[in-house]
Ligand binder design. Structure first.
Ligand code: KG4
Ligand code: ZN
Length: 342
C-alpha cells in the first residue's frame, strides 16, 4: 500500500489529493472564483488564498482518503511552471511536511501532471500515444512513447489555446474564465457565420492563435465601431471563433495520426474540457480506429490528483530530490522526463 499525496498551487486552484497504488482516494479542489471580479488571476491574491486553504484542504483530503498523516508515504507538489508566489506556497508546504513526517518529497512539473491526467481514468492511454496538451499557458502536441520518453511534435508560436479563449472572451465582453463562457455561447451560435482564419505555418505540427485573436478584434472594431457587442451576436462570434481554434488543434492531431503509429489519443489540460473539441476528436479517433482518452472534467483543469499520479511514477522510477529544490515559473526542460526534446 503506497499512499502518495499531491499538492497543486500553480495558479488559481488550490488542490490536495491522495492516490493509493495509482487509484484515487481523494481529490479536493478549491477554485478561487473571486479572480473573475478582476478579469483574470491576480497573483498576490492567489498566493494569499493558497496560504489560507492549504491546511484545511490537506486535512480534508487525508480524511476523505480515510487515512492519517503518518500513512502518507510520498509527498509530491507542483514545482512549476506557474505563478511563482502561488507555487512557493504549495512547494514550501510540501517540503515542511516531508521534513516533519520524514517521507520523501517529489517535485512535479505541472505540464507532466496534465499529461498524466489521462491515466486517472479507468480506460487508460496505451503507449505509444499522441497527447494534445491544451491549457491556459501551454499548447503542445506530443508523441508519448513511454513513461520516460516524450517527444514534442509541435507547440504554439504565440498564444496558448486557452489563452486565446480567455482573451477573446474578454474582448467580446463575456468575461472570465473565457473557455467555459465561449463554449456555452457557442452552443447556440452559428459557427459558419464569420470566417476567422487560422494562420498557416510552415512547420508541420505547430500552432498560432494570435492571428485569430486579432481577426476577432478587427471584426468587432469594424462591425460595432468600438461599441459593446450586442448580445444576439455573441453566440455567432463565439461559435465561429471556437470552430477556428478547435479546427486548428484537430487538424494537427489528424496529420500526426497519418504520420505516427500510435495506439491512443489523449487530450489534457483545461481546454480538454471543451465539448466541441471532444466531439471532433471522437470523430477522428473513430476514423483512424484509435482509443481516445479525455480525462473527466475534474481532471481536465488544475488538480492535485494528476500531480500525485505523476509524483508516484517519478518515485517508482527511483528519482529522489533534495529539500533545496526550487520552484520555477517557466517551462523547465531538464525536469521533464529525460528524453523529452523540449
Ligand atoms: O489547465 P488549466 O486549468 O490551467 C492552466 O494550467 O493553464 O487551463 C485553464 C484554461 C483556461 O484558459 C480556460 O479558459 C480553459 O482552460 N478552459 C476551456 C474550457 N474550460 C477551461 N477552454 C475551452 N473550453 C472549455 N470548456
Ligand atoms: Zn494547468
Amino acid at each position: 500500500m503506497m499512499n502518495v499525496l499531491g499538492i497543486e498551487t500553480s495558479c488559481d486552484e488550490t488542490s490536495v489529493a491522495v492516490i493509493n497504488n495509482g487509484k484515487l482516494s481523494s481529490n479536493i479542489i478549491a477554485s478561487q472564483d473571486f479572480h473573475k471580479d478582476f478579469g483574470g488571476v491576480v497573483p498576490e491574491l492567489s498566493s494569499r488564498a493558497h496560504l489560507q486553504l492549504i491546511v484545511p484542504l490537506l486535512k480534508q483530503a487525508i480524511a476523505e482518503a480515510e487515512l492519517n498523516l503518518k500513512d502518507i508515504d510520498v509527498i509530491s507538489a507542483t514545482a512549476g511552471p506557474g505563478l511563482i508566489g502561488a507555487l512557493l506556497v504549495g512547494l514550501t508546504f510540501a517540503k515542511g511536511l516531508s521534513l516533519s513526517i520524514g517521507k520523501p518529497f517529489i517535485p512535479v512539473n505541472h505540464i507532466e501532471g496534465h499529461i498524466y491526467s489521462g491515466f486517472l481514468m479507468d480506460d487508460k492511454p496505451e503507449f505509444p500515444y499522441l497527447c494534445l496538451v491544451v491549457s491556459g499557458g501551454h499548447t503542445l502536441l506530443l508523441y508519448v512513447e513511454s513513461d520516460v520518453k516524450f517527444y514534442k511534435l509541435g507547440t504554439t508560436i504565440d498564444d496558448a489555446a486557452g489563452e486565446a479563449f480567455d482573451k477573446v472572451s474578454k474582448m467580446i465582453g463575456l468575461g472570465y474564465p473565457g473557455g467555459p463562457l465561449i463554449q456555452k455561447n457557442a452552443e447556440i451560435g452559428d459557427e459558419n457565420k464569420i470566417d476567422f482564419p487560422i494562420a498557416k505555418l510552415k512547420t508541420d505540427y505547430d500552432f498560432s492563435f494570435s492571428g485569430v485573436k486579432t481577426s476577432v478584434l478587427r471584426y468587432i472594431e469594424k462591425t460595432y465601431n468600438n461599441q459593446p457587442v450586442p448580445k444576439e451576436d455573441l453566440q455567432d462570434i463565439a461559435a465561429s471563433f471556437q470552430k477556428s481554434v478547435i479546427g486548428a488543434l484537430v487538424k494537427n492531431v489528424e496529420k500526426a495520426l497519418q504520420n505516427y503509429k500510435v495506439k491512443s489519443i489523449s487530450v489534457v489540460g483545461g481546454v480538454a474540457a471543451n465539448k466541441y473539441l471532444g466531439e471532433k476528436l471522437k470523430t477522428i479517433s473513430k476514423k483512424y480506429n484509435k482509443k481516445l482518452i479525455i480525462p473527466g472534467i475534474q481532471f481536465c483543469g488544475d488538480n492535485a490528483a494528476m500531480i500525485a499520479y505523476r509524483g508516484s511514477k517519478l518515485y517508482e522510477q527511483g528519482l529522489r530530490y533534495e529539500l533545496t529544490y526550487n520552484a520555477f515559473p517557466r517551462f523547465h526542460s531538464e525536469f521533464i522526463a529525460t528524453e523529452m526534446n523540449i
